[in-house]
Design a binder for this molecule. Structure first.
Ligand code: NIG
Ligand code: FE
Length: 411
């Protein structure tokens, strides 16, 4: 079965094949030229259209991009926290909401009280929403378990979710998210260490929230050592509200990413930019929480591997649309279209260690693709409008917007 994408106004391709990532100061080398591609058996077969293909996709006027990769979400979770948002916008700080038993703790209570089927049904519905916004790969995290049994259940649910959604998913064990009642950070880290063999049956990365209201630099150091010992990736939520100087510690442990960075210390920008640790920026959380703005331009100009993600969660960022995140990133950080798109494709795939399989339009990669009904510059420009005409996962149309159905024709 061959599918030819014909006559696209723009096809986003990397400057060379086989890149693990592209430092964002090189984003201008991404090509957005007119053209087409052919896919065969779910993979990209040629970087040009094919006349006698079985299926033709009329991509005229469209941008053809790699499927979007959301490398930072907190799916699966239970319920929502809309009332907290109202508190937040009327002036109650997140830290205060959290200390009063809201925040992560309230989502942990909700998760504990919600049956598996209900949690999965909500997550599946959200995955559908993400697919309609062009997300073909996303990360799941635990972190709302706040007990050994709870964390293992969250990872198990994430594994079950993988079976019922169209997208490729990965699992990250965010085992140090909030300090559970009755524990200190150190005694909880002892629990984390004890649950690792089971947790890592389902997860390929470890994560930790380093913050004044959560875990400290020593705990990050310990999580880094545990990740290395178990040969999994280290990720870390850092410098979201408080400048903790987590970045040098994370780099020392060769973290795959440091996420948030809204309050990164200026002295930590150059070392981060020189490292292989990606800077995952979360403009949705910054916007919804009126947080500080990460110094994205400085990071990019210094040579960092920057990434944009939703941070989709019921608290700080109930946003599941990467086109919206691209729009927020472009406006808040002063990014070009190419810089923003790189951050939701190849560089995001690198964060999940899937870069050899997906994240860019190049030969032999999975045919995970998104077709936009307008040129790529419109994603940010028409903020809030969903530009996705169709989403293809492994070469199959997983979502086609009804008014774009005419574009796909069998011959
Ligand atoms: O990435 N900062 C820590 N964790 C999440 C928020 C979780 C929540 O509020 O439920 C984040 O923003
Ligand atoms: Fe997060």
């Amino acid at each position: 079965m061959t599918t030819s994408f014909d006559n696209a106004a723009q096809v986003l391709t990397p400057p060379e094949p086989g890149l693990r990532y592209l430092r964002t100061d090189r984003a201008g080398e991404l090509s957005l030229e007119p053209g087409g591609i052919t896919i065969e058996h779910g993979r990209i077969a040629t970087l040009e259209p094919t006349k006698d293909a079985n299926i033709h996709v009329d991509a005229s006027g469209c941008a053809l991009l790699p499927g979007f990769v959301d490398c930072h979400t907190h799916l699966p979770f239970a319920g929502w926290r809309a009332e907290e948002y109202e508190q937040k916008v009327t002036g109650v700080p997140y830290e205060e909401i959290a200390r009063a038993g809201g925040g992560i703790r309230s989502s942990a209570n909700a998760l504990r009280e919600t049956p598996d089927e209900t949690v999965l049904a909500q997550a599946q519905e959200l995955a559908g929403e993400m697919l309609r916004s062009g997300t073909t790969t996303f990360e799941c995290k635990s972190g709302y378990g706040l007990s050994t049994a709870g964390e293992l259940r969250a990872l198990q649910l994430a594994a079950e979710l993988a079976q019922i959604v169209s997208q490729v998913t990965t699992r990250t064990a965010l085992l140090a998210h909030a300090v559970p009642d009755g524990y200190t950070t150190t005694t909880w880290m002892d629990e984390v260490e004890a649950m690792l063999p089971e947790a890592l049956e389902h997860a390929r990365a470890l994560d930790i929230f380093v913050e004044s209201i959560a875990f400290g630099l020593d705990d990050l150091d310990r999580m880094g050592a545990l990740a290395a010992k178990n040969c999994v990736l280290l990720r870390a939520h850092v410098e979201q509200f408080t400048t903790m100087r987590s970045v040098p510690v994370a780099i020392r442990h060769n973290a795959r990413s440091v996420d948030h960075l809204s309050t990164i210390h200026p002295d930590d920008i150059a070392p981060l930019a020189a490292s292989d640790t990606a800077a995952v920026l979360l403009p949705g959380a910054e916007f919804m929480g009126a947080e500080a703005t990460a110094p994205a331009r400085e990071l990019i100009d210094a040579g960092a591997i920057t990434v944009l993600a939703t941070d989709a969660n019921p608290g700080t960022s109930p946003i599941f649309s990467l086109p919206l995140i691209v729009g927020l990133g472009v406006r808040r950080y002063g990014l070009s279209t190419r810089e923003a798109l790189l951050g939701v494709t190849l560089n995001a795939a690198y964060v999940l260690d899937l870069q050899s399989e997906l994240g860019s339009i190049e030969l032999d990669k999975r045919a995970d693709l998104v077709l936009l009904d307008r040129p790529a510059e419109h994603v940010a420009y028409r903020l809030g409008r969903n530009p996705v005409a169709a989403t293809f996962v492994g070469g199959e149309p997983a979502y086609v917007r009804p008014d774009a159905a005419w574009r796909i024709a069998e011959r």
